[in-house]
Design a protein around this ligand. Structure first.
Ligand code: ADP
Ligand code: TRP
Length: 326
């Protein structure tokens, strides 16, 4: 079974990325042959700073390796190191109906936001984004694609494109399935909205102690007194995060104390900081070691790309043949 997923290098990874995507993806590396990559071409549709792209790409690689991605088990690479992908993207684009892309929420949302101030920024890459993603997936004969809920529609587009191509040119592509974990569907940010870079409400996985403490102590709370019982304790942002970061009985105890009244928000947030800091402590050490050994990280990505290309060229050859290019 081939498991594939990608993540854009668009900033330091946060708790939403970790619990929503990285942790499940890392757990899956024992369930089949995993291919994970850094989607640096996708990042070009929104990020135009080359230095940032370079830095974020290496940051994502460091974060994944520190968090337990095992390069012995998983093929880990950069999207751009597999030139077969953009070639397949073109082939797929010729069977992709415009309407299919026009209906994509992610494109419509980005277009609406950009159109308010600068219509010029609505580039073709943003529109064709799901076709590149389809090529990413189909080129490795992927069966399972673990993603967040926001990517579900893109997976449906991938399936539609694969089915259309197979109907026109004959059986070529494996039809993939999205794997969406309902239980970790949305991790809240410091303001209670979905944790996301675009909302500025993130708590990154790897922060220095002072910054982490400041972010956690800054989590938005209401103005009820310490003593007042809080029947909605399960909605509290710190409690929700604690459920991911602390042992279940500890999180439950804080929730019960908050519900009953008598637990102050400052004490709760201090506990959250403590468990957050401990949760990532080993990974923090690992990341610092990897950072001193960047050659190893580049080597992992290079070897990963070599393995990925072997598989990609098989599928690309198949596609070129059936459509009369070869
Ligand atoms: P951001 O919203 O910060 O830009 P991305 O869209 O780059 O994050 O998300 C990368 C991956 O992390 C996706 O698979 C996405 O579903 C997952 N993810 C991001 N934020 C969250 C969150 N708050 N809760 C759960 N999963 C998330
Ligand atoms: N679009 C995905 C995201 O923003 C990243 C991505 C690119 C991806 N290609 C992919 C995810 C292929 C899964 C499979 O999160």
């Amino acid at each position: 079974m081939r498991i594939l997923s990608g993540i854009q290098p668009s900033g330091a990874l946060h708790l939403g990325n970790y619990f929503g995507m990285m942790k499940p993806a890392i757990e899956l590396q024992d369930k089949g042959q995993a291919f994970y990559f850094i989607a640096n071409y996708h990042s070009m549709t929104t990020l135009v700073d080359p230095e940032k792209r370079r830095q974020y790409s290496i940051d994502v690689a460091l974060d994944f390796l520190a968090c337990g991605l095992d390069p012995q088990k998983t093929v880990f690479f950069r999207q751009s190191d597999v030139p077969e992908v953009p070639e397949l993207t073109w082939i797929l684009s010729t069977v992709t109906p415009m309407g299919l892309l026009e209906r994509c929420h992610s494109y419509k949302d980005k277009k609406a936001k950009l159109a308010e101030n600068d219509l010029e920024k609505v580039n073709h890459g943003l529109f064709a984004y799901p076709v590149l993603m389809a090529a990413d997936i189909l080129i490795y004969d992927s069966n399972i694609v673990p993603v967040g809920r926001d990517q579900q529609q893109h997976l449906e587009v991938t399936r539609d494109i694969a089915i259309k191509f197979n109907n026109i040119y004959g059986e070529t592509f494996v039809i993939p399935e999205a794997l969406i974990r309902e239980e970790v569907a949305v991790i809240p940010g410091t303001d209670g909205q979905k944790m996301s870079k675009s909302y500025g409400n993130t708590i990154e996985i790897f922060l220095d102690e002072a910054t982490a403490r400041k972010k956690i102590m800054g989590i938005v709370m209401d103005s009820r007194s310490v003593q007042e019982p809080k029947p909605d304790a399960d909605n509290n942002i710190a409690i929700q995060l604690l459920k991911f970061l602390a042992p279940p009985d500890v999180a439950k105890n804080y929730e019960d104390r908050l519900r009953a009244g008598g637990l102050g928000y400052a004490e709760l947030k201090k506990a959250l900081f403590k468990y957050y800091w401990e949760y990532f402590s080993e990974m923090r050490v690992k990341r610092a070691e990897l950072e001193k050994n960047l050659d190893f990280v580049y080597e992992v990505l290079k070897k990963g790309a070599e393995k990925a290309r072997v598989q990609a060229s098989i599928v690309l050859k198949r596609a070129r043949k059936v459509c009369g290019i070869d």
